[in-house]
Structures are given as structure tokens and as C-alpha cells.
Design a protein around this ligand. Structure first.
Ligand code: HEM
Length: 181
């Protein structure tokens, strides 16, 4: 299905797993390599497969969408030999909130988009939704960047994890990847 993506951890795939750590909650089984597949296919023999789909925005305003469009790059640039797959599940308390309250925490309080915009275009991103598939995570967040921007990416995740939004994150696994070519 178009817009559906699979992230398969195992022995195959262009991405070498540099680290795989739990930030909150249970970790995933360790793997050597990751394959990212568009269309929902998954290779046989994977140790685990996480699935998600891209979708319309939930929270971004028109002005934020314009700011993002003016700066963002698509993942997959030749120089982007570093990547991060960060699967995230939010708490029941988050999902019990109204859309307006979630938006207020996400942006007016936590400044997620405003902070993120500071790191564009060196960091490219793609957000996948998983919650409605009955997956173990609500979101599969994917980023890639050139090695020269690795320190900036660390700063970005540190700032977001210190925000009020992250009080609602109950499971987060941080998978860092590199590829040769
Ligand atoms: C690279 C800079 C970043 C930018 C510009 C950015 C921007 C955004 C935007 C605009 C949305 C909302 C989409 C919507 O309206 O539905 C979003 C959602 C999200 N982002 Fe980021 N982000 C960045 C980095 C990150 C990082 C590093 C993480 C994880 C550590 C992250 C995790 C998430 C999650 C989990 C969501 C979904 C939140 C929800 O719907 O409850 N983002 N991001």
C-alpha cells in the first residue's frame, strides 16, 4: 500500500545498527542491520518488523506548514549517511486529551515544531503513524543527516526530550544507523 513503510531489523539492509537503546520502557531485540521498505513489504527472516504510514498533519498550522515546506529536505540525500529510527508510544493520558489540549502541549508549551525547524534542512524527517494499525508504538520517527550534523541531531533530541510533551512518552527506543555508500 502506498504510504505504508516497514522497518525490518535483522541481518540484512543497507543500514548498519550503531546503537539500539531504550529511552523509556522496553527495548527491542538487538539486530545488526535495518531495512526500510516502502509499500509495507517485509523481508523474510527479520527479527522484528515495525510498520507505519505517512498521513496528513494533525497539529501543524498553516504558517508552520509553510515554514516547514520552505526548509525541509526529503530523507535519502546521498550525503545523509547517518540515520535514526525512534519509535515512540504515548500514554493513555495523552490520548485521552482533546485535540486542542494536545496541540497546546505539543507546540505552545513544548515548541516542538519551532525547535525542530532550527535543525532543518541538515536533518531530514519522515513521520509514520502506527497506533491505528495496532502496532506496539504509536509513531515511527525517521531522520537522516550527514555525519557533520550528528552533534546537532543530539542537541535536537536532548531539547525535545526535556519538553513537556515528553512527559507523555511512555515507550521510546532510539536506534542509530550508518551506511557506507
Ligand atoms: C528534525 C526536526 C523536527 C521537526 C521540524 C519536527 C516537526 C514535527 C511536526 C510539524 C510534527 C507534527 C505533525 C502533525 O501536525 O501531525 C511532528 C510530530 C512528531 N515528532 Fe517531530 N520534528 C522534528 C524532530 C523530531 C524528533 C527528533 C523526534 C523524536 C525524538 C520527533 C518526534 C515526533 C513525534 C513522536 C511526533 C508525533 C507527535 C504526535 O502526533 O503526538 N520529532 N514533528
Amino acid at each position: 500500500v502506498r504510504n505504508h513503510w516497514s522497518f525490518a531489523g535483522g541481518d540484512v539492509g543497507p543500514w548498519r545498527v550503531v546503537s539500539l537503546d531504550a529511552v523509556s520502557g522496553a527495548v527491542l531485540p538487538p539486530v545488526a542491520r535495518l531495512a526500510v521498505l516502502e509499500g509495507g513489504a517485509a523481508p523474510a527472516g527479520a527479527a522484528w518488523v515495525l510498520r507505519g504510514f505517512t498521513s496528513n498533519v494533525r497539529y501543524a498550522s498553516g504558517a508552520e506548514l509553510a515554514a516547514l515546506a520552505a526548509r525541509q529536505a526529503a530523507p535519502g540525500r546521498a550525503e545523509a549517511r547517518c540515520a535514526a529510527l525512534i519509535p515512540i508510544r504515548k500514554s493513555a493520558a495523552w490520548w485521552a486529551l482533546g485535540q486542542d489540549a494536545r496541540r497546546a502541549i505539543f507546540e505552545e508549551t513544548s515548541h516542538h515544531t519551532a525547535i525542530g525547524l532550527e535543525y532543518l534542512p541538515p536533518v531530514a524527517r519522515r513521520l509514520h503513524h502506527s497506533r491505528d494499525l495496532g502496532e506496539p508504538f504509536d509513531f515511527l520517527t525517521w531522520f537522516d543527516y550527514a555525519p557533520a550534523h550528528a552533534a546537532a541531531f543530539e542537541e535536537l533530541v536532548r531539547r525535545l526530550r526535556a519538553s513537556a510533551e515528553w512527559a507523555y512518552v511512555e515507550r521510546e527506543v532510539d536506534i542509530r544507523l550508518e551506511r557506507d555508500g
